[in-house]
Design a binder for this molecule. Sequence first.
Ligand SMILES: Cc1cc2nc3c(=O)[nH]c(=O)nc-3n(C[C@H](O)[C@H](O)[C@H](O)COP(=O)(O)OP(=O)(O)OC[C@H]3O[C@@H](n4cnc5c(N)ncnc54)[C@H](O)[C@@H]3O)c2cc1C
Ligand code: SF4
Length: 456
Amino acid sequence: MEKYDVIVVGGGPGGLAAACAARKAGAQRVLVLERDSRAGGILNQCIHDGFGLIRYKQTLAGPEYATRAIQEALDCGVEIKCGTMVVDMSAQRQVTAVGPDGLHIYEAGAVVLATGCRERTRGAVMIPGTRPAGVFTAGVVQNFVNIRNIMIGKKVVILGSGDIGLIMARRLTLEGAKVLAVVELMQNSGGLQRNIQQCLYDFNIPLYTGHTVSNIVGKRNLSAVEISRVDENNKPIPGSGWTVECDALVLSVGLIPENEVAKAAGVKLDPRSNGTVTDDYMQTSVPGVFSCGNSHAVMDLVDFVSAQGEIAGKNAAAFCSGGQMEQWVLSRLSEPAKGLPEPDALNCILCPNGCRLRYEADGSISGNKCKRGIEYARQERTDPVRTLTLTVRTQDGRLIPARTVEPISQAKLMEAVAALQRITLPDRDYVCGEVLVEDLMGAKVVATANIPAQHP
Ligand SMILES: Cc1cc2nc3c(=O)[nH]c(=O)nc-3n(C[C@H](O)[C@H](O)[C@H](O)COP(=O)(O)OP(=O)(O)OC[C@H]3O[C@@H](n4cnc5c(N)ncnc54)[C@H](O)[C@@H]3O)c2cc1C
Ligand code: SF4
């Protein structure tokens, strides 16, 4: 049986930060076990930008943030084993994992659980109707479109206007689908204002709040959905519905902490959220077993996941050495602006603060918390610009996630996408930050992940 000081289950941003912090706090042997073929967690498929503003003071695409987190962990001397799934764990911190080299049983001084979350499905929201092909969860669609190069349909309805639903509305539009409606049960959207602006309003995608999908129609394949208004109990109002012909329904109806490994070890879970119950030190009900990130409680911003991972990892190392533990305090530097912007308001979309900007009579701009808001307001009045995030294909069919370095005219986004779709990159390794296209409407396009060549 192999022994480690700290074993981290899950190589997403939470787990990577925990592992690095454990090493920095003195743990000698630290191992991350990740079931996917690469570390980085859900960020690998979140190719849009907006990550890392607090942690790195930069707006990064998801894979860029993941690349940094992986490099930091490796630089700290962490061992990362990918393609390795933890299938069992005991309360005595014996961890059983299955990987390419077979089954291993590890013994750990302390364990950090950072297993992320999974999506709620159609069953969880109980939509009536038939069970045709064409109903997906948003995370699955994100994986299909951004990693596997599989498009899910041409006419799409999205249920749920949280950030994931909003981001997928834009992503599918950029890939050529017509997003006919985003439907939201609540009277307001739970998504960030900046996402409502740049994912829906920019593309004239209608958002129906206080509505739901009340029926699914289609035999083998989805042919339509019914959208209805809801009453004060969030139940569809009979007779208020109308039919929308579509070939894909995307469900973005919430995330549930994933805690099968925690359960196996007897860790206490919150019966309402399925998240782990921890003390202020991120230690679970099982001594020496810590938890962080979305498997503890689903968080909006990855920066907070990494910060919490650091505390869990540091405390796991302290548990091994008998050292001092540190409390987790969520230091919300600012409250992100969520929900529908007021009509005719100009909200800055450069960061989650969403400052409400005003053009004053003397030509000055007010309402901005930082100077960038002034530039944004001026630009928005003349020629709005956006950073374009998407994928570029290689000859052997891989997708390289990419973004423009300079923002480009919002009016020309679709033209820019069409130009990039005509480009096929040669078969070789690609490195995060490498320039893929020198001039796309005046902007450079760079890769946002390390994507190795396919070896025969
Ligand atoms: C679609 C989407 C869009 C988002 N957009 C933004 C955004 O714009 N800005 C932002 O700041 N945040 C965003 N987030 C949130 C942010 O990405 C997450 O909060 C963060 O990635 C969570 O990190 P984590 O480490 O807790 O979990 P994850 O990233 O989910 O990592 C968990 C890892 O654990 C592994 N794992 C699970 N079980 C096992 C097991 N038994 N054995 C081995 N490995 C296992 C999984 O494979 C996974 O790699 C978004 C999230 C999603 C889903
Ligand atoms: S003005 Fe500054 S702080 Fe306010 S949303 Fe824009 S970038 Fe963020």
